[in-house]
Design a protein around this ligand. Structure first.
Ligand code: FAD
Length: 251
């Protein structure tokens, strides 16, 4: 390597932080099983549907189950949940394919300097893919594979972040400098959905023994999905139970 090459290749950045988890926080919600019931009962009770809510809990459970089973989906849309999510960019790329019933706002790489936080899988992350697309399974990695992944990612992240800093230091705009950063970089967003759009997301982005139609999501987006599901189940337990009881297919 020549002196000129040295100048062009900055020394690895040492302040890089790595994470193996994701953050999901429910920051705002207006969501309950009652929201499903009053919306469904307006069909037969008109404006009195709200008064009927607490009269017969068993009937309410039955109605939610019936709506789920027969895929009468619109009553599940009269609610709202806003999540703060911090996860690697490759997760966001998959996430934002979910267009219907979702609203997103993500941190900007044009208006702020991106922070050196990157994803590294932990020892529980299955590393090796076997089989063919649509029919493959993931199996444990060896300790040596885990060590290599950790080392290679760490080197690559440090190099990339050092290159980013070098470009910024030379006065290059953030929107151009970010081109050197990899998809393992963490980003953050607010994502707002309703129970129906969340169920569609969970049906595709989680693996579950009760799923009638199995899906094979990438583990890291599933980690986000699992945390969202836990929050949603707390807010709408009857709806969540009916989702599971009917094969985790969104109505
Ligand atoms: C395991 C897995 C692997 C994947 N692999 C790939 C891949 O290799 N490459 C890739 O590009 N994507 C891939 N995807 C993304 C996938 O194709 C979908 O874009 C993503 O799952 C969002 O699903 P959706 O379109 O149903 O959701 P949404 O966009 O939220 O749409 C919800 C529903 O609305 C209806 N709808 C929405 N838009 C339209 C439309 N334009 N026309 C008609 N009906 C519409 C459909 O019924 C749809 O199911 C993968 C997804 C999964 C879960």
């Amino acid at each position: 390597m020549t002196a000129a090459d040295h100048d062009r290749n900055p020394t690895p950045h040492s302040d890089v932080e790595t994470r193996s988890d994701v953050t999901v926080e429910l920051v705002k919600s207006s969501a309950s099983d009652a929201d499903v019931l009053f919306a469904a009962r307006v069909s037969t009770l008109g404006e009195h549907s709200l008064d009927e809510l607490r009269k017969d809990p068993e009937r309410s459970k039955g109605l939610i189950n019936y709506l789920m089973r027969d895929r009468h989906g619109s009553p599940f849309e009269h609610n709202s949940m806003t999540f703060f999510v911090s996860a690697p960019i490759f997760v966001f790329r998959e996430f934002m394919r979910h267009r219907v019933g979702w609203s997103y706002n993500e941190e900007s790489g044009r208006y702020r300097e991106l922070q050196p936080v990157f994803y590294t899988p932990d020892a529980s992350r299955k590393l090796v893919q076997e089989g063919r697309p649509g029919k493959y399974v993931f199996v444990e990695g060896t300790p040596s594979q885990h060590a290599t992944v950790r080392d290679v990612l760490s080197d690559s992240y440090q190099q990339a972040y050092a290159a980013y800093q070098k470009l910024l230091a030379e006065g290059v705009a953030r929107e151009v400098a970010r081109a050197v950063l990899p998809v393992g970089l963490f980003s953050s967003m607010y994502a707002t959905c309703n129970a129906r759009s969340l169920m569609h997301f969970l049906g595709l982005r989680t693996q579950h023994e009760l799923a009638k139609v199995p899906s094979f999501p990438q583990r890291e987006i599933e980690m986000v999905g699992e945390k969202m599901e836990a929050e949603w189940a707390r807010l709408m337990p009857l709806t969540h139970a009916a989702f599971n009881a009917n094969g985790r297919v969104a109505p």
